[in-house]
Design a protein. Structure first.
Length: 129
């Protein structure tokens, strides 16, 4: 395992976390198995140019992103983790009524997000389908 592989793997993991997708989802998008994504992220696999190109397209990032090291990106992930930990503590301490309300709000947010992600069907005016 070399430092270049570790750096690239770390950048891929950061991009994946920020994009809120799982290793399994990324694996499907770049047409490899989830174990391969895990090995890439850990730096234990030499990443091919083709894999990096596919990954850069998934995350809409230039290839150079995976080769440059920027400390602020690591800080962003640390901040996300801290926020998730704070949310987890808050949720665990909710009374049943507030927990139910929170679950409904989260469900509605998920539904809105799902609706935005679904492709819209386009129809022609006055034309046949």
């Amino acid at each position: 395992m070399n430092d270049r592989n570790k750096q690239i793997g770390k950048k891929i993991k950061i991009a994946r976390i920020l994009a809120e997708i799982t290793q399994e989802e990324l694996a499907k998008k770049i047409e490899v198995g989830p174990v391969t994504v895990s090995r890439i992220e850990s730096g234990s696999k030499n990443t091919t140019a083709i894999e990096i190109e596919k990954i850069s397209k998934v995350f809409n990032r230039p290839l150079s992103y995976f080769y440059e090291e920027k400390e602020e990106e690591y800080q962003e992930v640390d901040n996300l983790r801290a926020n998730f930990e704070d949310l987890d503590k808050l949720i665990r301490n909710l009374n049943p009524k507030d927990l139910e309300l929170t679950e409904r709000v989260v469900s509605q947010i998920r539904e809105i997000k799902r609706e935005k992600e679904e492709p819209k069907e386009v129809t022609k005016k006055g034309g046949r389908t």
